[in-house]
Design a binder for this molecule. Structure first.
Ligand SMILES: [Zn+2]
Length: 435
């Protein structure tokens, strides 16, 4: 019996086989693991801390497997443009003005938003990684973080410096925040990092056991030049530079052909599907059911708040299930259970991080979802609701690594009002500098 316990009592638990059972969940706060699941485990008085889950569903904390958290500062700054023009005309000029303090403020805003919508774990590709790590540490979340590398348009020296920084921070911060922070080396994409430097970065990272995270096959404009120049598909090129290991994970994978889906399945490389971002930037429809059928690990991501425009992963669940049907021209494609799995277990697997399952021995990363709201009545099938009807604002409590991050919708680890006010002010100043 654990000596330092958190009891999540009175609710129903979503088990890894997608069944929902009446059960308390008992957590050892000392090692952050689930120690027991079952009815009436103990009285509230016997536990060191309790969370009331009555009427609700205890599910794994959601995993946002691809985002740029600090981009919350650019939420709504530029919309309604294709990816290339949006990046070059609006996003990159604004990002050039970002200070370390801005990144800290924007990241904290993103973390508050994620905690409030049941996300416990995320992958972050951005700059000023030490600030991101400090924010994750304070917020109590779990993350795989890295410095995004772009070398095109840079002279050799600054291109190399960018690669070095990505490798250096990945080595320095792996295992930070009591092990809740892991790292990856993050070349921005296959077209924005030159081949010799990409090869070097991948080889060095893998030598040290550090995974690679990159954007891949996001738009046709990104795929076509590679096919023209190299007479091979982008993921064949990625494989050639050594990139497709079973610990690596790719964002988007929208325009992948059959040979590339097979390659991903063979290599064990995961894909992070970002349906809202793909719709908003008109990037295309990822063949999610085909990826799942081939045995590829698929996770879900919001991408940055500037292309979504929020970080509520329940929106992604619904978008993934719906867009997956349009993509497959089949209403039975990407069913509710598959969407829920992608948002939880799929995400944890893609990031090689603990969590994603409510079972004994698993990390106590949990979201307790209230089912009292009118839009969730009646509840014939709770899994259907989690995919199609629940909103992030229905999350009552959020727990990560055995620690309560939000109780009764109050975030305990960050000062929500202060975080929102600071981010607002910094966003106004940032945009003024960029214009
Ligand atoms: Zn992205």
């Amino acid at each position: 019996m654990a000596s330092d316990t958190l009891l999540v009592s009175g609710g129903r638990a979503l088990r890894p086989d997608a069944t929902v059972v009446e059960a308390d969940v008992l957590v050892d706060r000392g090692d952050g693991r689930i120690v027991e699941i079952g009815p009436d485990l103990m009285t509230d008085r016997d536990a060191d801390e309790t969370l009331d889950a009555s009427g609700g569903i205890v599910m794994p904390g959601l995993v946002n497997a691809h985002t740029h958290a600090a981009m919350t500062l650019l939420r709504g700054y530029a919309d309604d443009k294709p990816l290339d023009a949006w990046l070059r005309e609006d996003i990159w000029p604004a990002e050039a003005e970002l200070t370390a303090e801005d990144v800290r403020a924007g990241t904290e805003l993103g973390l508050v938003e994620m905690i409030r919508s049941g996300t416990t774990t995320f992958a972050d590709m951005y700059f000023h990684v030490p600030e991101v790590v400090a924010a994750v540490d304070e917020a109590g979340m779990r993350a795989r973080v890295g410095h995004g590398v772009v070398t095109v348009g840079k002279d050799d020296e600054s291109a190399r410096a960018d690669v070095r920084e990505s490798l250096d921070v990945a080595r320095e911060y792996d295992g930070a925040a009591d092990g809740r922070v892991r790292t990856a080396v993050m070349p921005h994409s296959l077209t924005t990092v030159d081949e010799p430097l990409l090869r070097e970065a991948v080889a060095e990272a893998h030598e040290d056991g550090i995974p690679i995270h990159t954007h891949a096959n996001e738009t046709r404009d990104e795929v076509d030049p590679i096919v023209e120049e190299r007479s091979e598909r982008p993921l064949s090129y990625a494989d050639d530079v050594g990139l497709l290991s079973d610990a690596d994970f790719l964002a988007h994978g929208v325009h992948v052909d059959e040979s590339e889906i097979e390659l991903l399945a063979e290599r064990g490389t995961a894909v992070v599907h970002c349906p809202a971002s793909n719709m908003k930037l008109a990037s295309g429809i990822a063949p999610v059911q085909a990826l799942l059928d081939a045995g590829v690990t698929v996770a879900l991501g919001t991408d940055g708040a500037a292309s979504n425009n929020d970080l509520d992963l329940f929106d992604e669940l619904r978008d993934a299930a719906m867009l997956g049907k349009i993509g497959a021209d089949d209403a039975s494609a990407v069913p509710a259970e598959a969407a829920v799995t992608m948002a939880t277990e799929g995400g944890a697997a893609a990031l090689s991080l603990p969590g994603g399952r409510v079972e004994v021995g698993a990390a106590a990363d949990l979201a307790v979802v209230d089912f009292d709201a009118p839009h969730l009545a009646p509840a014939h099938d709770p899994v259907s609701h989690l995919a199609y009807a629940v909103r992030g604002s229905d999350v009552r409590h959020t727990v990560c690594d055995g620690r309560v991050l939000m109780r009764d919708r109050e975030v305990l680890t960050l000062d929500e009002r202060e975080v929102v006010e600071t981010a607002r002010q910094r966003a106004v100043d940032l945009v003024a500098r960029a214009e």
